[in-house]
Each structure stands twice: as structure tokens, then as C-alpha cells.
Write a protein that binds this ligand. Structure first.
Ligand code: CA
Length: 425
């Protein structure tokens, strides 16, 4: 075995050009054991180093000795026989192993500590960014220091009581995590004016990863969604593009894949009820939100009806809002904003106002823009918004529950919200 090992080492060391001129003999030695002889002609005899001399040879000898010890140890383990070399090498090897293990554990601990520190610093940077955004958007306070602090509900009403501007958004509540990769992005929704055979509690969901998105899952209520038990699975006649679908009066509205066609799919008859191109709308990645994902056409429903948010070449990428006829899908009226669609993470409509979310990944971001279709005016705002799972692919207003629904990195989440009093126009 030692001879074979030595032979291997020699072959490795010599390698290269010498290989095609090398010769190998095999024969018995005096004790009858098989002996291998391996010879290689040197390219320059005069340069051959002295036998046993030179640091390289000494180094090779040392490595060979180490290998012999290891081989002796291994063969000793096989036969169970006593091995002097093994006995001599074991304490040294064990000590080296212990030292290496100790160092590895120390390094692991240090790595974990540094990772935690990095995470803390990243969190702090996000917080500071958010504070800066809020401070930038806030006008200077008037010089009236003697006013008493406002009560929490002072001047505000719950959404049920009014349709004023958005004041605050609560922390996200997680309802369900998607089971597989198809659910990294998606859309979930409720029909604010449900139609038989489905009740108002029914929750619908589409997982939108992949190129063959056509399954619409229905759950009897939020509890069944949380448990992951759909009571209905519908196969849509046309493929779905992205996360912009919505529900209204017994129909699913969605953008057909790779087109600007809008589809109205009737849930009761399980068939297409209307189809119409959204005039000049960009599609399939022409004017998406900042996270991409072919989010070109975003449909939603609020107190004022059915909306499409998109952009056109004429608008040069700025957000266009169109109010649609829910029966025919015709455009009733359009507004062109001055905010670029690809500069915001998502938008949602409440009470005829469009709201834009600044970031889809920052855990603490803001709703940074509002456009009121009643006045055709837009302005900057700063309402804090939390991306708990740091990859928000869909945000829309749920008129049925008067909450925001979102799809954040496999998670279906909802947000309570608070609106101010309706200002007289
Ligand atoms: Ca949206």
C-alpha cells in the first residue's frame, strides 16, 4: 500500500511532459512482494539536484511521512492491529483538530454577531430614511405653542363615517402564507357587492408567478383562507397578467396576459361577460410599478366605482387614472397625473383618490402622493406604511372591509386605515 501511495505521489509530482516518456515495471522483490519501478528521463542531467538535498525534497519527504502515518492509521483501523505510527500521531492530530474546531466555533460566533450588528444598522438606516421623508413632507408648524394636544379621534372618523383623505394606516395583519413558489406574488380580494351564489364573506385569490396563471381560488371566508381550504377553484378562460385584478358585483376584472385587453369574467356563469382594450395602455412591462412584474394595468374598486391605473406613450410613463363602466369596460373619464408610474411601488384608490406607496421593499416606507379625481389635483403626503415581509407586489383598497389588502412576499396581509372628514369641495 505504501509503495502504491508513493507511486501516486511521484506521478503527481512529475506530471506534464515527462508522462509520455515515463516507464513502469512490475516484479517480485526478494521477499516475494510485488514491487513497482517507475523511471523518467530527466531533460537535463546536469541540473539534477543532489540526492536528499534541497528544501523541496525535504518538504516532499515530510508530506510523504504524514501520508504514511495516515495510511498506517487507516489500515490499522481496518485490521485492528497495533500501529506504532498511529499511536505517535494520534495526540498531535487530535490536538490540531481540537484547535481547528475551537477556532471555527469562535469565527462562527463572530460572524453571527457581525450579521446581527449589520441587521441593526440596516434597520436604523431605514428608520432614519423614513423620518427624513416625513420631516421633508411636513410643513413648518404654526407658532401656537399654547394649544392643547389633539385627542386621538379629534376631527377624524372611521372610514365607515366618511370619505376624507387618508390619515393613517395600521400595522399589517397576516392572514395566510402561500404554500409554494407560485405564491411569491399574487392578488387577493373580496367583492364589495357580492352576487349570488357567492356571499359577501367570500375571499378570492390568484397566485401570479409563472406564465400560465388562470386559477382563481375561492374561500368561504377569511378563516377558510387562513386554513388554506378553498371551496371553489375556477379556471379562467384567458391567462391573467400580474397582480392588478379586482372583483365587483359578481365579476372578476383582469388584464389578459400580454395585451391591453381587459376581461370581465362572470363568476356565476363562469364565462367571459365583456372584453375591451384599454385604449393606448402600456402592457407586459412597458409601464410597470417600480418592482416590475408586468404590473402595467392595476384595476381596483372604491366608493366611486371601478378604476384602471396605467400609463401610455402620450403620458410618457406618468400615471393615468381611468374610471371604467363596470358593465361594458368603456372608459368613462381619464385623468393624467404628474407622477411617474415606475417611481412608485403600487397605488390604491379610496373615495376617488389615488394613493401611491413609495417603496415595496423598505420595511418602513410612506404613502407619498395623493391625486384627487374630484379636483384633478395631486400633492405629496407622508403617511407611514409598513412592508413587513419586504416584497410587496399588490396593494389595493378592500371596500367590503374598508381596509387595505396586500400581498407581501408570499403573505396575504391587511391593514386597518383611518380617513379624515370629507372636506367640502
Ligand atoms: Ca393596486
Amino acid at each position: 500500500m505504501l509503495v502504491l501511495l508513493s507511486l501516486c505521489v511521484c506521478v503527481l509530482l512529475l506530471g506534464g511532459d515527462a508522462q509520455d516518456r515515463a516507464a513502469l515495471w512490475r516484479g517480485n522483490d526478494r521477499s516475494g512482494r510485488c514491487q513497482y519501478t517507475f523511471t523518467v528521463p530527466s531533460p537535463a542531467e546536469a541540473s539534477c539536484p543532489q540526492t536528499g538535498g534541497g528544501p523541496e525534497v525535504e518538504g516532499l519527504k515530510a508530506r510523504l511521512s504524514l501520508l504514511e502515518v495516515l495510511v498506517a492509521r487507516l489500515s490499522g483501523g481496518d485490521t485492528g492491529g497495533p500501529q506504532g505510527a498511529e499511536a505517535a500521531a494520534r495526540p498531535g492530530l487530535q490536538e490540531a483538530l481540537n484547535r481547528a474546531t475551537g477556532e471555527r466555533n469562535l469565527l462562527r460566533g463572530e460572524k453571527e454577531r457581525l450579521e446581527q450588528e449589520l441587521e441593526g444598522l440596516q434597520r436604523r438606516v431605514q428608520e432614519m430614511r423614513r423620518e427624513t421623508e416625513i420631516l421633508r413632507a411636513r410643513p413648518c408648524p404654526p407658532q401656537t405653542p399654547m394649544l392643547p394636544p389633539a385627542l386621538p379621534d379629534s376631527g377624524l372618523t372611521r372610514p365607515a363615517g366618511g370619505c376624507g383623505e387618508l390619515v393613517s394606516i395600521g400595522e399589517p395583519v397576516t392572514h395566510r402564507k402561500a404554500d409554494n413558489i407560485a405564491g411569491k406574488y399574487g392578488v387577493w380580494m373580496q367583492d364589495p357587492e357580492a352576487v349570488s351564489p357567492y356571499g359577501p364573506e367570500m375571499v378570492w385569490r390568484i397566485d401570479t408567478i409563472g406564465s400560465d396563471v388562470r386559477q382563481l381560488f375561492g374561500y368561504d371566508d377569511m378563516e377558510q383562507l387562513a386554513k388554506g381550504f378553498p371551496s371553489k377553484v375556477l379556471m379562467l378562460p384567458e391567462l391573467v397578467e400580474s397582480t392588478g385584478a379586482t372583483l365587483y358585483r359578481g365579476s372578476l376584472y383582469y388584464q389578459r396576459r400580454r395585451s391591453r385587453s381587459l376581461i370581465r369574467y362572470d363568476l356565476a356563469s363562469e364565462s367571459t361577460a365583456a372584453r375591451r382594450d384599454l385604449p393606448h395602455a402600456g402592457f407586459h412591462g412597458q409601464f410597470p410599478y417600480s418592482w416590475g412584474g408586468y404590473t402595467d394595468i392595476d384595476l381596483s374598486v372604491d366608493e366611486r366605482g371601478l378604476w384602471a391605473v396605467y400609463s401610455t406613450n402620450k403620458a410618457k410613463g406618468a400615471i393615468v387614472i381611468s374610471q371604467l363602466d363596470p358593465f361594458s369596460l368603456d372608459v368613462k373619464k381619464s385623468w393624467e397625473t404628474n407622477i411617474r408610474k415606475n417611481s412608485v411601488a403600487n397605488t390604491f384608490m379610496i373615495c376617488g383618490r389615488l394613493y401611491a406607496v413609495a417603496s415595496y421593499t423598505a420595511p418602513d416606507t410612506v404613502v407619498n402622493y395623493v391625486y384627487d379625481t374630484a379636483t384633478s389635483q395631486g400633492k405629496s403626503i407622508a403617511v407611514p406604511f409598513r412592508n413587513k415581509y419586504r416584497y410587496n407586489s399588490m396593494i389595493d383598497y378592500n371596500l367590503a372591509q374598508r381596509k387595505l389588502l396586500a400581498w407581501d412576499n408570499f403573505h396575504m396581509v391587511s391593514y386597518d386605515l383611518r380617513l379624515g372628514r370629507q372636506q367640502p369641495n
